[in-house]
Design a protein around this ligand. Structure first.
Ligand code: SF4
Ligand code: SF4
Ligand code: SF4
Length: 157
């Protein structure tokens, strides 16, 4: 299982150039750190991180946050370079959708339309409204992230 190291905003800030130059579109490097955490931005959005002198920081940030972008309208960040299309997340998600815990007791329910699908060797979201994290269900399910053998999925709120 591949888990990503989690970083706090200040730890991310320490890896950034800290010049507050605004070239990434954020008002400060600290604001950029929060946008990285919420996956509104990715490390390469800071052009200075692509310089040789920041190679180590860039690698640490991509390792912790992933190189993926957030799929619009969802909590899912998929790193398409890491995703092999193995489909484990699709299977585990379908299982998660048919089990609910009520007062500590696991109950089964009718399946919903699948959230995830593998297309052209990469995972994709096809029905976000079925996801336990969607506005309809209010559950902080993280099963697909935990079970992806390649650390290709990150869930953010
Ligand atoms: S482009 Fe990089 S150095 Fe400039 S404000 Fe953004 S994060 Fe900071
Ligand atoms: S996200 Fe992970 S589990 Fe899902 S298809 Fe890609 S590699 Fe497999
Ligand atoms: S968070 Fe849970 S319900 Fe949503 S896609 Fe992942 S496994 Fe499926």
């Amino acid at each position: 299982m591949t888990y990503r190291k989690s970083l706090q905003p200040l730890q991310i800030l320490k890896l950034l150039p800290r010049t507050n130059c605004k070239e990434c579109g954020s008002s400060t490097c600290f604001a950029f750190a929060f946008e990285l955490l919420s996956r509104q931005k990715i490390p390469r959005d800071c052009p200075h991180l692509l310089k040789e002198v920041f190679a180590g920081s860039f690698e640490s940030l991509e390792e912790a946050l992933g190189a993926g972008e957030r799929i619009e309208g969802t909590d899912l960040v998929v790193d398409h370079d890491r995703c092999t299309g193995c489909g484990d997340c699709v299977v585990i998600c379908e299982r998660a959708l048919t089990t609910i815990s009520i007062g500590g007791r696991i109950t089964h329910r009718d399946p919903l339309p699948p959230v995830l699908q593998v297309t052209d060797g990469n995972v994709n979201v096809i029905n976000w409204s079925s996801c336990k994290r969607s506005a309809r269900h209010h559950d902080l399910c993280k099963v697909c992230e935990e079970k992806c053998p390649f650390g290709a999925i990150v869930l953010v709120s």
